[in-house]
Design a protein around this ligand. Sequence first.
Ligand SMILES: Cc1ncc(COP(=O)(O)O)c(C=O)c1O
Length: 443
Amino acid sequence: MTTLHEPAAPATAELSVWPASATEPRPGGLAVGGVPLAEIADRFGTPVYVLDEAEVRDRCRTYRQAFPDAEVVYAGKAFLCRAMAHWMDEEGLGLDVCSAGELELAVTSGFPPERIVLHGNAKSPRDLATALRLGVGRVVIDSPSKIARLAAAVGPDGHQRVMVRVVPGISAGGHEKVRTGTDDQKFGLSIADGHAQHAVARILDQPQLELTGLHCHLGSQITDVRPYLVAVRRMVGLMARVHEQYGLVLPELDLGGGHGIAYRPGERALDLTTLARRVRSELAGACAAAGLPVPRLIIEPGRAIAGPAGIAVYRVLAVKRTGDEVFVAVDGGMSDNPRPALYGVRYAPRLIGRHSTADPARVSVVGRHCEAGDILAADAELPADVRPGDLLAVPVAGAYHLSMASGYNLVGRPPVTAVRDGLARLLVRRESLEDIRSRDVGL
Ligand SMILES: Cc1ncc(COP(=O)(O)O)c(C=O)c1O
């Protein structure tokens, strides 16, 4: 095992990327929301996901305080379950969904449909029918063909508020696969080639569709405010053209989400206070220059609300030394967290449940799946005596893990638990072999 030339881990570990409630009640122990993570592993089995309810709620409140005049819409694609929908409702946020499934789950959990925004580059007939049946607040148009289809589905006496998803021609985001502000990807309608303007014209031809504003989402894991400021200028520029051409003042501007968070200690996160202040002043300046009233701002954070509130807990199944490499294999992997394989994301897992005085070592924490790329944390630092039976906890696991989970190798998706005030409860149960078997109806 390659040991590092560094002193043994300090007694109080670095907890900067853990929920604010994280404590180390005894050396090697880690509690979140007042509940030791090892206790959760014992009670619910592993792998298990833990959501700190207070952290989720605090993050919602931080957004609402930073953007008091804006509508904060949680992007449910980051992670959605009934409890999450309920917390978003109680915290006064809206909800961004992109399928009939997300929509039904939210509305049947009591989330007010008028505070829901439906996204999607390819909305199916079922998505649109469900949206109209349940009465979603806004449908975001992402393709010209959907305009006439939506208008027809709404019917001559109906009414639906819509926005247009615009591509402002800005490259931003933590990985090429999550950059959505440029013309060379599938989302939105371009300003540069005139498709966005054309979509506006076509919507205005449909009396049952009310165009409330423009939307853009630049990408994900953006840690710099500048792309948002450029987006404000370009979007206001387009709003000014709509005003000149049709005399229409669009009352809303949705700048999407994408606010970057730190996955490992020392990584940079987007500063929300700075973002709020600079966007507000850029918007005021751009609107004044264009002679437009300031539209109501909408923002759609997903990762920055759910990500840091979640923890994945795994049990080590095997430790293998191959040449200079040490592979620590756990009982989950790319089926519950595909992000490292998709985007090369790096995490900082921690040994929990026992205190080790061994030197730290560089290891690769790998999953149990039949893919060499099933690596949960490359180049991670763990005590050199890590061994089968140990528990590892991965922080910042609340967003785009389980929502992107797959059925690979039929291992079953892990449960989701919530912790609060010293109590843990089950939110989503583990997918059982019986669940898997019961879907398989042929022979
Ligand atoms: C339209 C839209 N809004 C918001 C988000 C949320 O992004 P993030 O979770 O990075 O904040 C996404 C993510 O894909 C999105 O597509």
